[in-house]
Each structure stands twice: as C-alpha cells, then as structure tokens.
Write a protein that binds this ligand. Sequence first.
Ligand SMILES: Cc1cc2nc3c(=O)[nH]c(=O)nc-3n(C[C@H](O)[C@H](O)[C@H](O)COP(=O)(O)O)c2cc1C
Length: 186
Amino acid sequence: MRKNFGAKAWTYPQPVFIIAAYDENGTPDAMNAAWGGISDSEEISICLSAGHKTVKNILTRKAFTISMATAAQAAACDFVGIVSANQVPDKFQRAGFHAEKASQVDAPLIRELPMALECELVRYDPGTGRMVGRIVNVCADEAVLDETGKIDPEKLEPIVFDPVHNTYRKLGEIAGHAFRDGMQLK
Ligand SMILES: Cc1cc2nc3c(=O)[nH]c(=O)nc-3n(C[C@H](O)[C@H](O)[C@H](O)COP(=O)(O)O)c2cc1C
C-alpha cells in the first residue's frame, strides 16, 4: 500500500543553491533557492520570485553566481533564505559572507562557499518566475580539490534540502557508479 500526499513540491534531493548578484551600486546580495536544476549542458534553470532583491539585481547586472551550500555554512545559507535585502540591506555581511568578483561574470563569489557556477542571464519570465542562466564557468577553491584536481565532495560537504521535513542534509556515501552499474542488466 502506498500513501498519497497530494500535489507537493517534493523531490529528493533538492539543491541548496546560494544565488548571488551585485546591485546597481556594487553591493552584493544572496538568496537560497531549492527549485532549480541543470536544463542543458551549459544551462541552468531556477524558479525565482520576482520580488526578491537578488532577482532585481540579476535583471540589472545580467549575471549571477550559484554557490553550493555547505555543511559548515548551513546557518548562513539558511539566513540568506529567510531574510531579504529589501528589508535588511547589509544582509550579505550579516550572514558572515565576504564577496569577491567572479573571474568570468559581473557577479560576486562568496569566499565562504568554495564551489560556484558563474552564470550569465539568458532570460527571466516574471510571470512563472523561471530564470535561465548560461553557465560560463565552474570554479572551486583548491582546498576542496582531491589529489587529481577534481572537486572532492568529501571536502566540499555540500548539503541538500529535504522539503518533507524542512531540513538540510549532508550527502551520503557512494551508492553506485553512473553509466556503469546498469551495464550488468543490459
Ligand atoms: C530552503 C529554502 C529554499 C528556498 N527556495 C527558493 C526558491 O527556489 N525560489 C525562490 O524564489 N525563493 C526561495 N527561497 C526564499 C528566498 O531565499 C528568500 O525569500 C530570500 O530572503 C530572498 O532574499 P532577497 O530578497 O535578499 O533576494 C528559499 C528559502 C529557503 C530557506
């Protein structure tokens, strides 16, 4: 027997994307977003409400970064998801974040979050909230790379959002190998 829960925005896992942009004066803002994902090989789509200060900033500067939230910064990442720069203009600093300009786009990286996508705005529909970004670069601090130079999730400790319990969870262990384990059933 299955239990039906009705129509809910529930999937496992949901991302914890920290989206950051500069305003017209160069002040950084950031927000938390769970409703997003890859939509092409160099494209990401996220559902963002038009009233958010971050959205206004992205429409002004046509660029943004998406940092992966981490276990070490879970409280700060939640804070930027529950407080708006529309009311608290120094929200970014209050989160304990420090901005440095991204190398490829006109948007801030967050020093405390070691992995980020640098994106250019492709389009935004205020009616549906759908924002599409072109990924022009992925960058990661050397501190979270393994000995072969790849991003090491054990070091990064990205977190995911559990929309059923409103919790953030760490990634678990390896459960299989993609594009490989299914071969045995071919
Ligand atoms: C776990 C979590 C997930 C969220 N996901 C989204 C989302 O996908 N889209 C969205 O528009 N807002 C989302 N929010 C809400 C924004 O992050 C929040 O309204 C934020 O304060 C906006 O900040 P700003 O006005 O400074 O840009 C989420 C918040 C949390 C805590």
